[in-house]
Design a protein around this ligand. Structure first.
Ligand SMILES: *[C@@H]1O[C@H](CO)[C@@H](O)[C@H](O)[C@H]1NC(C)=O
Ligand SMILES: *[C@@H]1O[C@H](CO)[C@@H](O)[C@H](O)[C@H]1NC(C)=O
Ligand SMILES: CC(=O)N[C@H]1CO[C@H](CO)[C@@H](O)[C@@H]1O
Length: 420
């Protein structure tokens, strides 16, 4: 089997999920080279970065894209994102009478009920499994075990505990995967940036080993490229809406003289901020170099002191609590992808590159590129071999998280570990 074969982003996503790369990328029909072979499927194009968060939370990895928990999560998540989108449901908080519209005339009510059922089945199914595993004395150190063990102390009932896990899966799955899809899109659409990043990583890391998080200190251009990816297409363009709760927050009058009343819902238009041409030169283009010129990427001479690198993770006290996990995951995956693969546009039947639309994004509160076509190849046989080697060396780490797998998952895992 040749190593220099295109692999699908789908195959790659397993690798992303597991922080290492799959063993030899297998040849696949070119229809599978795009980020999705089924553009109409609600879960298409979502590289499955949910395995990391499932392992951290429930001590259970998702080895395949078809692993039940992953499929269930993405199904629920995409429904949820649609329901949350501004305008998707009528303003019941303003016109309470709408609550009494009969279900048969209110598609939004049916959508909400379906989302709720999908979510609860997943969250409480996983929680029950973890509880049963604890009961059998088979702990593996995951986060929800700790919560379950100190449930009383923490004053958390079953309902809250189930939703705590759910919120954390949501926070940790679609977000990182969306970032990585934008990264792949940008590397493919901006080959010069890709080349510069490759040259830098080759100088610092070389071709005999994979990058580690410690390398990032010396990868100035790649750090800028990560910041530019956040700026170019923030995962949550309007962040996650929050409401002011307390009198203290309600009394905040400092924002340009406006008073933000108690109970106001606040959207933060980070997309707008990051694409403000008063602040950024040529904001519609992916230009990592801007973050080499100034700390916050703004045009030299402009005051960028109101900006922050972690703005895409939120503002105020409810900043994303998973920011460190997410940023590490983004950092290592970005370095690995740049080190390992060459990304190029797909070609049509007569060999011309198919142009990419870097503005075609899915609707919803969290967004990600619409499925796009690209070709991903290992940069050399040596690199492909190292990826394979790393995958085998990670076996013991993975095994701890392989309880309760379905027969298909077990078979997949066994097959992927079998030496050729
Ligand atoms: C989880 O366990 C509870 C209590 O034992 C049960 O009521 C519930 O139906 C279970 N939920 C799922 C999704 O398995
Ligand atoms: C960049 O943003 C930080 C806030 O995170 C700020 O302290 C700093 O002054 C900004 N840098 C510039 C050059 O404006
Ligand atoms: C369950 C799930 O969402 N699987 C998706 C993982 O990613 C691939 C490639 O984007 C999709 O084809 C799968 O449907």
């Amino acid at each position: 089997m040749s190593s220099l074969v295109p692999i699908s982003l789908a195959a790659l996503s397993i690798a992303l999920a597991n922080q290492v790369y799959p063993r030899v990328p297998r040849p696949c029909p070119s229809s599978a080279i795009s980020t999705s072979s089924q553009p109409n499927s609600p879960i298409s194009g979502a590289p499955n970065s949910s395995s990391v968060i499932l392992s951290v939370l429930y001590g259970k990895r998702a080895p395949r894209y078809e692993t039940r928990e992953t499929t269930a999560f993405f199904e629920a998540q995409h429904e949820w994102e649609r329901v949350l989108e501004p305008g998707a449901t009528p303003p019941i908080d303003l016109i309470p009478l709408l609550k009494y519209v009969p279900v048969r005339w209110a598609k939004w009510k049916r959508d909400c009920a379906r989302t709720r059922k999908l979510q609860r089945d997943l969250y409480f199914g996983l929680l029950n499994e973890t509880r049963e595993r604890l009961g059998r004395g088979e702990e593996n150190g995951c986060y929800m075990e700790e919560i379950l063990k100190s449930q009383e102390e923490l004053g958390m009932d079953l309902e809250i505990t189930g939703y705590l896990g759910g919120v954390l899966i949501e926070g940790g799955s679609d977000t990182t995967s969306s970032f990585l899809q934008t990264l792949v899109l940008a590397l493919t659409a901006y080959p010069k940036a890709q080349k510069k990043a490759q040259e830098e990583i080759d100088l610092v890391v070389g071709s005999h080993r994979m990058p580690t998080l410690d390398d990032l200190d010396e990868l100035r251009y790649i750090r800028a490229l990560i910041l530019e990816t956040h700026r170019f297409r923030p995962v949550a363009p309007m962040l996650i809406p929050h409401a002011t709760l307390t009198a203290e927050e309600a009394s905040v009058s400092g924002y340009k003289g406006y008073i933000i009343p108690k109970g106001a819902t606040i959207f933060v238009n980070v997309y707008g901020i990051f694409h403000d041409s008063d602040l950024f030169d040529d904001p519609e283009n992916f230009i990592p170099e801007r973050f080499l010129l100034t700390e916050n990427g703004t045009r030299p001479g402009v005051d960028g002191s109101d900006l922050r690198h972690n703005l895409p993770f939120g503002v105020g006290r409810r900043l994303c609590p998973g920011i460190h996990l997410a940023q590490n995951s983004i950092n290592i995956n970005t370095m690995n992808l740049i080190w390992a693969f060459q990304f190029s546009p797909d070609t049509d039947a007569s060999g011309n590159p198919i142009p990419l639309d870097t503005s075609a994004y899915q609707r919803g509160i969290l967004t990600a590129p619409e499925p796009f076509r690209c070709t991903i190849k290992p940069r050399s046989k040596e690199r492909a071999d190292i990826i394979e080697q790393e995958f085998f060396e990670a076996t013991d780490t993975f095994k701890k998280f392989e309880y309760g797998l379905s027969a298909e998952d077990r078979e997949f895992v066994a097959k992927s570990r079998a030496q050729e």
